[in-house]
Design a protein around this ligand. Structure first.
Ligand code: SAH
Length: 474
């Protein structure tokens, strides 16, 4: 762009060919060298767009009209696809979504990780997708509000706001959600029970958490309320408990004026305090406050891939760092001599120990703490005792890491390198930090062998990746 050429201004419109996809799933196109980010535009579309915010070298524009649809454009399943903050790429064909996710991983490995395109083209496996990319979530949290006529409503927050758009039929959730929400709304109307109002701090019903066991068909409903009880709760319970599969109805008081959804405690109103579910034959007891993967079908595929990449023979010592409720640890323990799990949240480790127990898994041990502190301390202690050379103790054969978005602390990576496991399996929810950490490990004697994106969240831009690194001198 020349110095005299003016960038676009707010409210300008332009016809744009979409040539790329941004990190949030938005379409990207150029007008005379000026880049526009256009939400809901699909790569390959030609669209008319109106500039909403103009910066010097780029701007954000609104999709006004699709002039020529991309071959990858599909009709959204949900009529709220554009308004809702939940899905970002429902108007892109599922095949294209999968290609986009694999490309996103590859682009990061090239740019941040410094791996060559030729090498990556050779080793990257196609993204592992779902047969049916809707109705996959086993957990839903619906906020409650009040419409202009004063009626209780529930639905979802419009993107980036807390305005509730009524919709009891989210396409990512299970169909029973709708029945449950209608029963609650009717009960509220009949008994004049108000929704909570964030602005005033008044009103009662804040959120409803629904969980569904895909393997067991057990259902849990937890009502989050601004108080200790719900008036005439017996009537509500009577309605909800008639739904086939209803197993647990609970109440979680949350009187704080925060965005945190759940209260600190849970009271059982009907049935038990948890539901049971299975992933890959492992049993889990899930309470309203416990963490559990939201896409059980893809979680089983993800864990199977981790197991495949770990390539265990049965004699190995394995560390599962950032282990959450111990799901991967327990999965791996079926094929290893010993698995150690490390997780920072104490309640998650309580769950992990309980999960090991109810599955009769005895060769796992869990530690509460930061992975970057627990592992170095443990290694120091056992290496000092001379156990490394004895072939056990400080030795690790396989290390699995599944960190949050910020990736692994360098102290942790350094310790892993010192412990020199034969293989490292890295599960990542952020390709950029994955690439950064792989660059480090590959500079310290590891070789990138396998890479595969697993689509845990179809219709959204989230990308999960599993990677295998092999130590060079083995
Ligand atoms: N592997 C688990 C979940 C991993 S999510 C599963 O498959 O279900 C990442 C986990 O890392 C979260 O449970 C989070 O609490 C934990 N975590 C975050 N920072 C950590 C740290 N520094 N050390 C250990 N665990 C951490």
């Amino acid at each position: 762009m020349s110095m005299t050429q003016k960038p676009m201004q707010k409210n300008d419109t332009a016809v744009v060919k979409i040539t790329d996809i941004g990190v949030n799933g938005e379409g990207i196109g150029k007008v005379d060298g000026y880049t526009l980010f256009i939400k809901d535009a699909v790569i390959g579309d030609t669209v008319e767009a109106k500039v909403m915010k103009a910066k010097k070298n780029y701007g954000y524009a609104r999709l006004m009209e699709v002039i020529e649809p991309s071959p990858d454009r599909v009709a959204p399943k949900c009529s709220f696809a554009r308004k809702c903050g939940g899905c970002q790429i429902q108007e892109m064909s599922y095949e294209r979504q999968l290609a986009f996710k694999a490309q996103k991983v590859q682009a990061n490995l090239e740019r941040v990780g410094g791996f060559s395109p030729q090498f990556l083209n050779r080793i990257m496996e196609p993204a592992l997708g779902m047969d049916s990319p809707f109705g996959y979530r086993n957990k839903a949290q619906f906020p409650f509000g009040t419409d202009k006529e004063g009626n209780p409503v529930t639905g979802f927050y419009a993107g980036r706001t807390h305005d509730i758009i009524p919709n009891t039929d989210c396409a990512l959730g299970v169909s029973v959600n709708r029945e449950i929400l209608e029963i609650i709304l009717n009960f509220m109307k009949k008994n004049k029970i108000p929704s909570y109002d964030e602005k005033t701090g008044k009103g009662l019903i804040r959120h409803v958490l629904i969980r569904y066991g895909f393997a067991t068909r057990e259902i849990m409903v937890c009502l989050v309320v601004n108080g200790r009880e719900i008036p005439d709760a017996g009537e509500l319970i009577s309605g909800l408990s008639k739904i086939p599969g209803m197993t647990s109805i609970t109440l979680s008081p949350n009187m704080r004026r925060t965005n945190v959804i759940m209260g600190d405690s849970v009271d059982v109103l009907w049935g038990g305090g948890y539901i049971t579910d299975y992933i890959g034959g492992i049993k889990y007891q899930i309470s309203p406050l416990s963490f559990y993967q939201v896409n059980p079908v893809q979680t089983e595929n993800l864990y199977s891939l981790v197991l495949e990449y770990a390539d265990l023979k049965g004699h190995e010592t394995v560390w599962d760092l950032y282990c959450g409720i111990g799901t991967i640890s327990i999965f791996l323990a079926q094929r290893a001599r010993k698995v150690y799990g490390v997780e920072i949240i104490p309640q998650a480790i309580d769950d992990a120990r309980e999960n090991a127990k109810i599955n009769g898994i005895e060769n796992v041990e869990f530690f509460v703490g930061r992975a970057e502190e627990v592992l170095p301390e443990w290694y120091q202690e056992h290496a000092d005792a001379g156990e490394a050379s004895a072939g056990n103790g400080a030795r690790a054969d396989v290390v699995v890491v599944d960190p949050p978005r910020k990736g692994c602390d360098e102290t942790l990576l350094r310790t892993i390198v010192e412990m020199a496991p034969e293989r490292v399996v890295y599960v990542s929810c952020d390709p950029a930090t994955l690439a950064r950490d792989l660059k480090y490990l590959c500079g310290q004697g590891y070789m990138l062998e396998r890479v595969r994106a697993v689509d845990m969240f179809p219709e959204t831009v989230h990308v999960e990746t599993v990677v295998r690194l092999q130590r060079k001198d083995t």
